[in-house]
Design a protein around this ligand. Sequence first.
Ligand code: DGY
Length: 322
Amino acid sequence: MTKRRILIARAIHPDVVAFLKQHFEVHTNDADTVWSPEQLAQQLQGMDGVLTTSSERISAQVLAACPQLKVVANMAVGYNNFDVDAMEQAGVQGTNAPDVLTETTADFGFALLMATARRITESEHYLRAGKWSKWSYDMFAGAEVHGSTLGIIGMGRIGQGIAKRGAYGFGMNVIYHNRSHLSPALEAECKARYVSKDELLQTADHVVLVLPYTPESHHTIGAAELAQMKPTATLINIARGGIVDDAALAQALKAQRIAAAGLDVFEGEPKVHPDLLTVPNVVLTPHIASATVATRRAMGKLAADNLVAVLGGELPLTPVNT
Ligand code: DGY
């Protein structure tokens, strides 16, 4: 029997490539190029399935150009790179990679919060530049983390992981805002209290964004929301670019309207708003919240398992459409 053909759209862990080769005729992108939609559609000719990352946009145009495509397995929990309606219409199954990255991503969210509040990268740059000549009481004095108020917007699995780290590890008072309330049992487990978005912005010392990107969550944080935050507050975005208005944030940071920000994701990444690159009170990382060797391998394996299931006539493990 001829093997089904799949494309792995970007470089992934070699163990996962080897696993997929046991099941399919595998086509790879050895140069790890981020293809344009036209190039992607071209590469997808004759493919039954594709393993994507959040960089590959699966649009109606791409789907129209590839009528034989049956499944797109995203190696990411977020799938705002999918046009889910168009996939639904084209009868293409989409899948994502939740759960396997939850704890790793929550670890990173907390690391970014710590680095931002305690000014770790800013002070390291100062030291490396040879500017450190004496100890002084207020040198890089930052914001308290332990015992402070942690506000989480988006209380899915990763948000809950961050809440637990804050509540149990750092004795933080955890408040959250979400589309829906957690069950009383989950609220107790996370030691978290539901509040309105306004209350969260006005009272949190550290605001962490962990919500999915949708048309409704576009610019959840803009100039008006930044104006509501405490001048001593920090803002952390590990969700998606576009949830924050980066131009408004750069202005607020420049004017010290809020104390600092930590950003792992950006509007239009890998481009970064030029003003963010010039302000000192922001920690910038290149979308690496889930980047540990083990987790990236696990994300690839879950995407691969979804391809094997769907092309083998089974139900997907983690579908995003029906
Ligand atoms: C995710 O899984 O959504 C991460 O942001 C990687 O894209």
